[in-house]
Design a protein around this ligand. Structure first.
Ligand code: XBP
Ligand code: MG
Length: 255
């Protein structure tokens, strides 16, 4: 049975992208006097590039009004990204981004049943701190056995670096862990590290093709709509540890 649950942050713990990061990027553009704006749909396409700074550089590469040299673009991306993260932190601290339904009860159950908890994300540490402090309090860090963030992982998801580093921090074998992700790059990263993954689809990935997951569904708050089907309980019963264990066991029994 798995001994640790590795949580992705953006899209999995909370719907941070559309109403958090995207809004903060646009406010940073405005603060820098730039006419650039990322609309809701276009941002979904940009999410194929993981990492906020990397996303900015990717977008600048196709803009005629972006700085001409690679060095200038790099400097601007760094400055914009820093400002974006500061704005994002304020949005989160003001209570603007709730945790997704079903997340808190599952975290609580893991703690009660001695399943180790880790954060495995390629987002910046300051963003993780802001979100978890807002929802788990100032001592949030003591409540996780490992926290791996973007600064620790120059190679962003779908590269397995973040998951491999988490396993190292936990001194754990990939077969003893289970990851929760919301996106194709996240699921690919977990699989690349040899870790089984359950996918709780987020806003931008509600119809995305996602390969190799133990189970995929619309959110931890309900049993309706999961593939393979969740145990036969009322549809609005949340996904709990017993359900995750049952998917995990089934995959071991029929590899
Ligand atoms: C999601 C990302 C991040 C966020 C923005 O990573 O790709 O880049 O969009 O955060 P994950 P930063 O799902 O692994 O949490 O600006 O800090 O990169
Ligand atoms: Mg994610």
């Amino acid at each position: 049975m798995f001994k640790a649950l590795l949580w992705d942050v953006d899209g999995t713990l909370a719907e941070t992208e559309r109403d958090g990061h995207r809004v903060a990027f646009n406010l940073a553009f405005e603060a820098f006097g730039l006419p650039w704006r990322w609309d809701e749909d276009g941002y979904g396409v940009l999410l194929n590039v993981t990492g906020g700074r990397e996303r900015l550089l990717h977008d600048m590469a196709r803009r005629p009004d972006a700085p001409a040299t690679a060095g200038e673009r790099e400097r601007l991306a760094r400055a914009l990204h820093q400002r974006k993260n500061a704005i994002y932190g304020e949005l989160v601290r003001d209570g603007g981004i709730p945790l997704r339904e079903g997340v808190m009860p599952l975290l609580r159950e893991c703690r009660e049943q001695d399943v180790r908890l880790a954060i495995t994300t390629t987002t910046s540490r300051a963003n993780v701190e802001a979100l978890l402090q807002a929802h788990e309090g100032t001592r949030w860090r003591d409540r996780f056995d490992a926290v791996v963030c973007g600064e620790d992982t120059p190679r962003k998801k779908p590269d397995p670096q973040a998951h491999l580093q988490t396993l190292k921090a936990l001194a754990m074998n990939p077969r003893d862990a289970l990851a929760i992700e919301d996106s194709p790059p996240g699921a690919a990263a977990a699989r690349g590290a040899g870790i089984d993954v359950v996918v709780t689809r987020s806003h931008y990935f509600d119809a995305a093709r996602i390969e190799g997951a133990l189970a995929i569904g619309p959110g931890l708050h309900q049993r309706r709509g999961w593939q393979p089907a969740a145990q036969d309980l009322p549809g609005d019963t949340p996904i709990d540890l017993a359900q995750l264990r049952s998917w995990f066991e089934a995959a071991r029994a029929h590899p």
